[in-house]
Design a protein around this ligand. Structure first.
Ligand code: FAQ
Length: 347
């Protein structure tokens, strides 16, 4: 704990430093353009990637690069929006006014992340409406993790610590993604996710140092969220369809397994400070590798959940469809207001 009574998450500062370094490099990359002759578009694109500069919406890009980015950014945006549901479930039952205000702000932040990401995807020539339709028709995915239920208040802490923690480990390298609008969105998102992780950690810290029943509730939540959080990083490298191309284009900077390992190595000391255990008897420090050995998640379960058969898939999609239909009047009113202003500006 720091001097002002704030619970610090061990290792958090290092991740924030990486985000700041990525932000500085992003500015430098923008100033350094252009790298080469633009008469050969394919060669120019390859040179921008090789020089670690940024591809911007105005630039020519291979169709597969554009489509791959739309796939990943849209899936990411949908995850943020669907991801509001498991925690939103606890806003009315938060144990104090302060906890309620913090959770409300956190869930609103996730909506904001969805909007930054839809805006980044729109720079690739698709509209947000199209992407939302694809989600509602089940033709685009969202993260497996949001298909698990939040059974107790401690789950809100476990989501903040583990799910936001995994999100940060995955997303800090995306601040260096070769596509400028995605990289810029990720910098802002990572700064906010860092606060989210800290609020979850602080909830668990309080429960772990509370009554025996509160401590047991915290441990139970960690036991249930650990493996689904490990699965968030995707299939093992040998079964990952997109990693190789994505890494060649510097969209992804590390493989699924590399990031999963980084997450485990980050969580072990954090769990020690919490005084909670991680539910893996095989977890131990490997001196030779300089990392922890651990039991991987059940990837068959991951594929089942991705295919729609997780504990809450149907509930999440039904809720999203209902919320979308109930929000139709807001979209219509906003469009009518914009049209009215356009015609009065033209007059
Ligand atoms: N869930 O070839 P790969 C958050 C799919 S954080 C569902 O390895 P890739 C914050 C994958 O799409 C969560 N599907 O794929 C928050 C592909 O299928 P496709 C969101 C998954 O893209 C916290 C197939 O499996 N974060 O929301 C998953 O190279 C708390 C083969 O996989 C991001 O989206 C999965 N876990 O690597 C919000 C980060 N894993 O598309 C609220 C950006 C894999 O061919 C509350 N995304 N698949 O049909 C990424 O970094 C990557 O897309 C990975 C997957 C690492 C997720």
């Amino acid at each position: 704990m720091s001097g002002d009574g704030v619970v610090e998450v061990p290792g958090r500062r290092g991740l924030l430093d990486e985000v700041e370094a990525a932000e500085a490099d992003l500015r430098a990359a923008a100033e350094a353009r252009p790298v080469a002759d633009q008469s050969d578009l394919t060669a120019y694109f390859a040179a921008v990637i090789a020089a670690d500069q940024k591809v911007e919406p105005r630039d020519w890009m291979p169709e597969a690069y554009r489509k791959g980015l739309i796939r990943q950014i849209a899936q990411h945006a949908h995850s943020e929006i669907i991801g509001m549901q498991p925690e939103g479930n606890w806003i009315t039952r938060a144990p104090s006014l302060k906890r309620k205000a913090i959770l409300l702000a956190k869930v609103q932040d996730e909506a904001g992340h969805g909007l930054y990401l839809y805006a980044a995807a729109e720079t690739l020539g698709v509209s947000r409406d199209e992407l939302v339709d694809l989600l509602l028709q089940g033709r685009q995915k969202y993260s497996s993790i949001f298909n698990y239920p939040t059974l107790t208040w401690a789950d809100v802490g476990a989501i903040g610590w583990l799910v936001d923690g995994a999100a940060i480990v995955n997303q800090v390298p995306l601040c260096r993604c070769s596509y400028g609008p995605y990289a810029r969105a990720m910098i802002r998102i990572c700064k906010e996710e860092s606060f989210h992780q800290r609020q979850g950690y602080e909830i668990l810290y309080t429960l772990a140092n509370g009554t025996p029943a509160q401590r047991a509730m915290a441990q139970d939540a960690v036991n249930r969220w650990w493996y689904p959080s490990l699965a968030m990083f995707g299939p093992p490298d040998r079964e990952s369809t997109h990693s190789e191309q994505s890494m060649a284009w510097k969209i992804k900077r590390f493989s699924n397994d590399e990031l999963r390992q980084r997450f485990v190595d980050m969580c072990v000391p954090q769990a020690e400070v919490l005084g909670l255990s991680l539910p893996d008897p095989a977890l131990r420090w490997n001196e030779q590798r300089g990392s922890y050995d651990f039991t991987p998640p059940d990837f068959d379960e991951l594929f089942r959940v991705i295919a729609g058969d997780g504990p809450c898939n149907r509930q999440r999609m039904a809720h999203r469809r209902r919320a979308h239909a109930e929000g139709a009047w807001v979209r219509e009113a906003a469009a009518a207001y914009a049209a009215k202003h356009r015609s009065s500006d033209a007059g």
